[in-house]
Write a protein that binds this ligand. Structure first.
Ligand SMILES: [Zn+2]
Length: 462
């Protein structure tokens, strides 16, 4: 039926019939997903983010090796407060969050020589129809000063990375007021500065428990608008996304040489998805998708997830201020050093937080990304894509699939065609050699999954 109809006409039809379909199988709201996503943005509160950063800074230091017994100072007090906050958020949504500590004892490493419990705080908002599918937002609990082993000096870590934890708490507050098809994980990760431990522990937990983890949004420094170079800018953000996946086999790499896919890892297509969400929903925010794992030779907590093949990116401010990162609090030659709260712009942090919120919400409402995506069309005038049918028990909201394509040197998807609820479609007179292609799943409420590039290079998993 849909095959012969022009894609635009179908979309118009969807828009008209959305409210009814929504009431049947969408989230427990009566308005369309688009309206809900706009509402989510306006519900994110810069004031609450400010209060949470203030609280996290008040623990003096959150160094991984700092005191764990005091109720007012050190990493122990900080993580207990975060746990209590998640518990409170859960109480306000009828117990909709599964909140728990996740810990492992680390010892004998360069930055954690003596046995130390590295304790993250995790909250899971369980999806209603596809609870085994996850999207994840994270920030880091720990802080540091100039000497990475100094665990007693004041290390406020207001921007690095109380901003990321405050953003994660705020997204949990807002999204816990909605119901989603897929599960959402809110993670305050520990031990980042001492060697990315919390991320590694959670990534291994995901793998061990067969999580179908489709997106990791790692937030690390989302509140600074004044660069060390003097640039002041509150209208852009960066999304770091690795190229070819870390766990690609040499056989897969060899095939990729002939099919393309160097710039279409699932992490890259996750980044493109978030970039589009910024255009659609966040006023005065443009994102710069950076074709790199992270800043030059530097690290963050999305990496341990990428190591295991999970799609993951880092969201952060565009202009960093190195005088305010990893610095002892001091004044030198008239320059103030240290990561204090006066260096955080709460309105800006709220913008990046709301970008996380709409991206997570949209993916959790959308059907799971298509799997087993294949493409054919060599020496033909047409291009044919095929994929596995999505499980409709887990994804009752599925309306159908949309094929995307773009010029090979274009950063963002340019062309698309809704093709209905089929598992194969031929784009007539579109030559395979001249474009990159992908396919997304589309929900009755209008939300879509990220675009999946064919083959192992772009695979988001089952
Ligand atoms: Zn740091």
């Amino acid at each position: 039926m849909v095959k012969n109809i022009n894609g635009q006409i179908i979309l118009l039809l969807i828009a008209t019939i959305t409210p009814n379909l929504y009431a049947e199988s969408g989230p427990a709201t009566t308005i369309s997903a688009d309206e809900s996503l706009h509402k989510i943005v306006s519900d994110i509160s810069p004031n609450r983010i400010e209060k949470d950063i203030e609280k996290l800074v008040s623990f003096g230091t959150r160094h991984t090796l700092s005191d764990t017994t005091s109720d007012t100072r050190g990493i122990g007090a900080a993580r207990r407060w975060i746990k209590a906050e998640f518990d409170l958020i859960s109480a306000n949504c009828g117990g909709c969050l599964e909140v728990f500590y996740q810990s492992e004892t680390i010892k004998g490493t360069k930055r954690i020589p003596k046995a130390t419990e590295v304790v993250s705080v995790i909250a899971i908002q369980r999806g209603s129809t596809d609870p085994g599918r996850y999207v994840l937002m994270s920030g880091d609990i720990d802080s540091r000063v100039s000497d990475v082993m100094d665990y007693t000096s004041d290390a406020p870590g207001a921007n690095d990375n109380a901003s990321g934890v405050a953003g994660t708490l705020e997204v949990a507050r807002v999204l816990s007021q909605y119901k989603f098809n897929g599960s959402i994980v809110y993670a305050a990760l520990a031990g980042e500065e001492q060697g990315l431990f919390g991320g590694r522990i959670l990534a291994e937990h995901a793998q061990k428990n067969n999580w179908r983890l489709k997106a990791v949004l790692n937030n690390d420094m989302i509140g600074n608008i004044e660069g060390v170079n003097g640039v002041i800018n509150n209208t852009t953000a960066r999304i770091f996304a690795e190229g070819t996946r870390q766990n690609e086999t040499s056989k897969e790499a060899n095939l990729r040489r002939f099919t393309g896919g160097e710039v279409d890892s699932p992490s890259r297509n996750l980044a493109r998805y978030i970039d589009l969400m910024a255009h659609r929903y966040i006023p005065n925010l443009d994102t710069m998708v950076i074709y790199r794992l992270d800043r030059f030779r530097r690290g963050g907590h999305h990496r341990p997830f990428n190591d295991l093949g999970y799609p993951g990116i880092r969201i952060m401010e565009t202009n960093e201020n190195y005088n305010r990162q990893h610095q002892d609090l001091r004044v030198e030659n008239g320059i103030e050093y240290g990561d204090t709260i006066d260096g955080v712009d709460f309105e800006y942090a709220a913008k990046l937080t709301s970008l996380n919120a709409v991206s997570l919400a949209s993916m959790a409402w959308a059907p799971t990304p298509p799997s087993q995506v294949k493409i054919a069309g060599a020496v033909l005038p047409d291009t044919t894509l095929s994929w596995a049918a999505i499980n409709k028990q887990q994804n009752p909201q599925l309306l159908g699939y949309k094929i995307y394509w773009r010029y090979t040197d274009a950063p963002q998807w340019q062309f698309s065609r809704f093709v209905g609820d089929v598992t194969e479609f031929t784009l007539e007179n579109v030559v395979i050699d001249n474009y990159f292609f992908g396919v997304a799943s589309v929900s009755k409420d209008g939300t879509e999954s990220p675009v999946v590039f064919p083959g192992a290079a772009g695979d988001f998993g089952e």
